[in-house]
Write a protein that binds this ligand. Structure first.
Ligand SMILES: [Zn+2]
Length: 196
C-alpha cells in the first residue's frame, strides 16, 4: 500500500508541475510599448497583452481585442490579437525605415484597423462601455496612437481621416452612432477644429 501511495504522490507532483508550466506559458508578459500608449489614453496604468498564435487580425469569434468588465468596472488588462500587435510594431518599423508615404505605403487598411483596435480597447479601459461611444472615441485617437508609433503629424492626420472613412462600414451597426461627428455628443474636442 505504501508504494501505491508513493506512486500516486509522484504522479500528482508531475501533474502539478505540468499544470503550472502550462499556466506560465499561457500568460505572456505585457507589451511595453503598447501598454504605455493604452495607459496614456486610459489615464491610468494598464497592460496590453497580445494573444493567439496566428498573425490574423481577428480571432475565431471575429474580435480583434477584448477588455473585461467586472462588477461594472474595467479590469486593467486588455488583450489584442497577436496579428494586431505585429501590425502595430511593423508600422513603427516601416515609419523608421522610410521613405515614407502620407498613408502607410503598404497595408493601410490593416494598419488603420490595428491602430483603431488598441485605441478602442484603451477607451474600454478608461471605463467607457457603450460600443458606439467607445468606437467614436477610438476614431478620434487614431492620430494620437499613430504619432506614438512614429508617424509624423501629417501622416497621423491622414491615417485618422482614412480610418474615419473606411472603418465604420466594416463594423457591426452597434459600433456606429449618429452622435459621432464634429460637434456631436461623442466629440472629445467639441470646441476644436480637428476631426476626427
Ligand atoms: Zn468594444
Amino acid at each position: 500500500m505504501r508504494s501505491l501511495a508513493f506512486v500516486l504522490l509522484a504522479l500528482l507532483t508531475v501533474l502539478t508541475v505540468l499544470l503550472h508550466r502550462g499556466a506560465s506559458a499561457a500568460a505572456k508578459p505585457g507589451d511595453l510599448r503598447l501598454s504605455a500608449i493604452a495607459s496614456e489614453l486610459a489615464r491610468r496604468q494598464v497592460t496590453i497583452r497580445c494573444e493567439g498564435l496566428s498573425g490574423a487580425l481577428t480571432g475565431v469569434r471575429g474580435e480583434s481585442g477584448r477588455t473585461e468588465f467586472i462588477g461594472g468596472k474595467p479590469v486593467s488588462v486588455s488583450y489584442l490579437q497577436e496579428g494586431i500587435c505585429q501590425t502595430l510594431h511593423a508600422y513603427t518599423r516601416a515609419l523608421k525605415a522610410g521613405p515614407s508615404c502620407l498613408l502607410p505605403c503598404e497595408h493601410p487598411l490593416e494598419i488603420a484597423w490595428s491602430v483603431n483596435t488598441i485605441a478602442h480597447e484603451s477607451y474600454h479601459l478608461a471605463d467607457v462601455r457603450n460600443e458606439a461611444q467607445t468606437q467614436c472615441y477610438a476614431l478620434q485617437a487614431i492620430d494620437f496612437v499613430a504619432r506614438r508609433l512614429g508617424a509624423s503629424p501629417d501622416q497621423a492626420r491622414a491615417l485618422a481621416s482614412f480610418s474615419f472613412d473606411q472603418l465604420p462600414r466594416r463594423m457591426p451597426p452597434e459600433y456606429s452612432s449618429p452622435e459621432c461627428h464634429d460637434g456631436g455628443a461623442y466629440d472629445l474636442r467639441p470646441n476644436g477644429a480637428v476631426w476626427p
